[in-house]
Structures are given as C-alpha cells and as structure tokens.
Design a protein. Structure first.
Length: 294
C-alpha cells in the first residue's frame, strides 16, 4: 500500500531533521496507538513519519531500536508487519501523556516556602554533573549559584533526595525548607535560577507556530496534531511550573497552554478518525515477527 506523504507548511525549525525519528515515533505511538490499543502497520508509520520529513531508513532504524529496548513488539499478518506497545511501553507513554496533557493550565496555590539543596560535584566529573543537572532540572529545580538548587515546590524534596542518592552524592549534600529570608528578593532569585526570558521566547514561538494554523482534513490535520504534541512535549522539561506569584504578570506560558489544549481538542477527533483509515485492523492471522524483517 503506497501513499504519497502530504507535507504541511511548517517553519524551517520543524522541517526534516528537527526532531529525531525515535522522538517523533514516540509521539505518534503515544497519540494514536496508546489510546486506541490497536497496533500500527509499518507502512502507516513510514507514511506518517515521511510526512514529518523523516526518511524511511531512519524510521525503520527507530522501530528496530525501540523493539530492542522492549518498548514495542512486531507482529506479522501475511506479508505485512504491525507494531504493538509492550507493557513497559504502555507505562512509559501513559506517564508521559499524563504529564503532557495536564501541563501548564492549572497551578497549585503556594505557601511561600522553598526547598534549598546544596550539593557539589567535582569539576573533573563532568558526566556526573550533567546527570545531576538534567535530573534536577526535570524535577523543576533551578540553580542560582554553583552547587545550589532551589524549588518553590517543597514536595519535590523527596525527588531531589532520590536523585542525589542514586548518583552517590548524598554524603555531604544538604537541604533546607522554609520561607525566603530578608536579604535580596525572590524576584532576583528566580531570575538567577531560571532563564524565564528564554522560556517566554520559546512559548511565543510555539504560539506563533500553531495559534493560526488551520490544517486541511486528512493527512494535514493528523500531521499538525503530531507536531503540536511533539513541540509541547518539550515544555515540561523547560518550564519549572513556578507559582504565579513568582512569574511576570500575564505570564505567556498560561496562554500557550490554552492554545495547546484548544487545538488538541479541536484536532483530536478528525486526526484519530484519519489515523484509523491509515491503520485498519488486520484481516489475516497475526503472528510474532522478526523486527529485522519489518
């Protein structure tokens, strides 16, 4: 079954090569395979990722690697192969979906308390420093000074403790909880710990890219939905979800979250319907397939 990919009009940063085949494949599986529970044909995935600018070879490599990692499994139906999520794959994508779809719109009230973590890593251990920064950033911590990490979400102290323990940095690490003191200002702390100007620019770019997009039915809507979710996936890693008390008035992240939610809702049903036409159920007996032959 051969289909010519339909290329939607996107900015240069969204053209071929802007996102890895594996990352885009995860978005497709999370958006279409996870909720429906039906496997996806290789031909369908090649068609869809081709429409996103990914070469066939890269898509096949991504499928093979994800299968080797245990996230998906291949099944054969006659001459064709389709891909199902494994249990670990469903858990991975379900956790990701919960964070992505609920991100940005609702913010808990803040009691004015901070958690402060002091942990140092020798300059010579750059890989360990990178792991610490990556994991604490994902947990929403910011670093206003070398070796110091802060978050207004005191409930995340346990997550920080787990990070430093697993990295073998718990000996000598310190943490504190409490309100901001009388020296300096919380606004300055926020500016030093997080790059809100850069984050605001990212949100502005997202809004400009998608807010006025009105894709045609069929491939264009399906591909627009994938791009929308794929781009929004970045923000839970970039945005520490600070309380509104600590953000500039009229914070653009709230508007971006509303744009995402509104467009995702508007495109969801037509995109899902088109996906079902691209990836119909098997009509022949299904057996496990060697991923290398897909």
């Amino acid at each position: 079954m051969s289909r010519a990919p339909v290329q939607p009009s996107y900015s240069r940063r969204h053209q071929a090569g802007s996102g890895s085949a594996r990352s885009l494949l995860l978005t497709v599986l999370g958006e279409y395979v996870l909720p429906g529970g039906e496997p996806a044909w290789t031909s369908t995935l090649l068609h869809v990722l081709g429409g996103l600018g990914v070469e066939e070879k890269s898509t096949r490599q991504a499928l093979a690697r994800m299968a080797a990692d245990g996230w998906i499994v291949a099944e054969r139906s006659g001459r064709r192969v389709r891909w199902s999520l494994t249990r670990p794959g469903r858990v991975l994508l379900t956790e990701g979906a919960e964070r992505i779809y609920s991100f940005g719109r609702d913010r808990d009230s803040w009691d004015g308390r901070w958690v402060v973590l002091v942990v140092t890593v020798p300059e010579s251990r750059r890989e360990l420093r990178h792991q610490l920064r990556t994991r604490l950033t994902w947990a929403g911590f910011g670093s206003p000074a070398p070796g110091v990490w802060v978050s207004p979400h005191t409930s995340r102290e346990g997550e920080a403790k787990q990070v430093v323990t697993e990295l073998g940095l718990d000996v000598g690490a310190l943490s504190f909880n409490g309100p901001y003191g009388g020296i300096g200002s919380e606004r300055t702390l926020v500016e030093q710990a997080w790059h809100l100007d850069e984050l605001a620019a990212d949100y502005e770019g997202f809004i400009q890219e998608f807010a006025g997009l009105r894709p045609e039915p069929g491939d264009a809507t399906l591909l627009a939905q994938i791009r929308l979710v794929h781009e929004w996936r970045r923000f839970p890693m970039l945005d520490p979800q600070l309380p509104l008390d600590l953000l500039p008035p009229g914070w653009i992240g709230v508007r971006a979250a509303n744009v995402f939610a509104d467009l995702h809702h508007a495109w969801h049903e037509p995109a899902q319907r088109h996906w079902r036409t691209l990836s119909p159920p098997a009509t022949e007996p299904v057996s496990h397939a060697d991923a290398r032959s897909a």
